[in-house]
Ligand binder design. Structure first.
Ligand code: PMP
Length: 373
């Protein structure tokens, strides 16, 4: 028998309990085959069926148009900071990136490290990343090969409330031509419905809303597959990955399988991404509401840009941080410590974090404030 605490970790994050139960049940003997999914050849018929079902369910959930390829690759979202420019810069093109916080800055730093010049198309840094740049502040360079942005800054708890440059299709260079939009959706993918057709490339590390670590999902539009440099590691290549069905080499088979179980859970038990979004909106409203109603806790992010997935907050008396965290853990509320770079608290409310977890957290916070405030 087991007892599961409420887990607010930013990643690797909580997985849905029914998914873990099913993985447990299928662990030793997968559907009568006498071995676990971990022990299967990735080229076996049984595994190919798992891989294909996962892709089909993800396509279904996100309504991925037919002219997009879905890749299941590795190296974390961090590897995509390199893979994106390798695949998309082309001759004479420049990376254009919006800076909204730590993960955007890492994407900028990697593109700069590999290819030199990066154009920062807009930045919220001067204002301390408390609100995303307004659409009209996003200015591309004429040689923009693409515009990259981070839909949800996991550490800052800052989320876009619009798709940059999408008003007339893609983002525009000063000469009026369109540039593909590239989005790091590591901490927000599958939190609600998405119009994939607005994007050239979407990528997401799995360890938040998709499944276990070790897997990255990349969704790339067909017409962008032919721009890759030739002098790059072959495993980075979107075309090569697409041609090989994401099996140039051995993929992260078990993570891919578990991601498939998460997609099935989203479809069959949650009822799809619109239903998921309604629940996520309720969870976030409950926690931000509690924070805003107290003068003991606070969150500084502009209301339209508050992340539904990652809710950072501080105790107005930071001397109580350690006690807060220790008492929370004793109450079965895990991983509320903010990122080491910013301190304070952070509650990540990914899809697998149930509403009961948020209720328990809000009750604990009120009780702590009453006793210590
Ligand atoms: N981008 C975002 C928005 C993230 O939250 C993270 C991880 N927290 C990353 C990129 C890096 O992901 P990985 O650790 O999978 O490389």
């Amino acid at each position: 028998h087991y007892h599961r605490h409420f887990n607010f970790c930013a990643g690797p994050a909580a997985l849905p309990t029914p998914v873990l139960e099913r993985a447990r049940d299928e662990m030793l003997d997968y559907q009568g085959r006498g071995l676990s999914v971990m022990e299967m050849s990735h080229r076996s018929a049984a595994y190919m069926a798992i891989a294909e079902k996962a892709e089909a369910d993800l396509r279904d959930l996100l309504a991925v148009p037919a002219n997009y390829r879905v890749l299941f690759t590795q190296g974390g979202a961090t590897q995509q900071f390199a893979a994106v420019p390798y695949n998309l810069l082309g001759p004479g093109g420049r990376a254009n990136v919006i800076n909204t916080g730590i993960w955007s800055k890492k994407a900028i730093a990697e593109a700069r490290h590999l290819f030199g010049d990066v154009h920062v198309a807009a930045s919220s840094e001067a204002g301390g990343h408390l609100a995303v740049p307004r659409p009209e502040e996003v200015v591309l360079s004429n040689d923009a090969a693409y515009l990259h942005f981070t839909a949800n800054e996991t550490i800052g708890g800052l989320a876009f409330d619009y798709i940059p440059g999408s008003e007339e299709g893609g983002p525009r260079r000063p000469d009026g031509s369109e540039a593909p939009l590239v989005c790091d959706m590591s901490s927000s993918i599958l939190s609600g419905p998405l119009d994939v057709s607005q994007f050239g490339v979407i990528y997401a590390g799995a360890q938040k809303n998709i499944g276990p670590a070790g897997l990255v999902v990349v969704i790339v539009r067909d017409d962008l597959l032919d721009r890759a440099r030739t002098d790059m590691p072959s495993l980075f290549g979107y075309q090569a990955l697409a041609d090989a069905g994401s099996m140039i080499n051995t993929p992260a088979t078990y993570s891919w399988y578990l991601a498939g179980l998460v997609f099935e859970w989203l479809k069959d038990e949650v009822g799809g991404l619109a239903a998921m979004e309604t629940i996520n909106a309720r969870k976030a409203a409950r926690l931000y509401g509690a924070i805003d109603a107290s003068d003991f806790y606070s969150n500084p992010i502009a209301i339209p840009n508050r992340s539904r997935m990652n809710v950072p907050f501080v105790l107005n008396d930071s001397r109580l941080d350690k006690t807060f965290l220790a008492e929370a853990e004793a109450a079965g509320l895990l991983n509320l410590q903010g990122h080491r770079s910013v301190g304070g608290m952070r509650a990540s409310l990914y899809n697998a974090v149930p509403e009961a977890a948020v209720e328990a957290l809000v009750d604990f916070m009120a009780d702590f404030e009453n006793r210590r405030g």
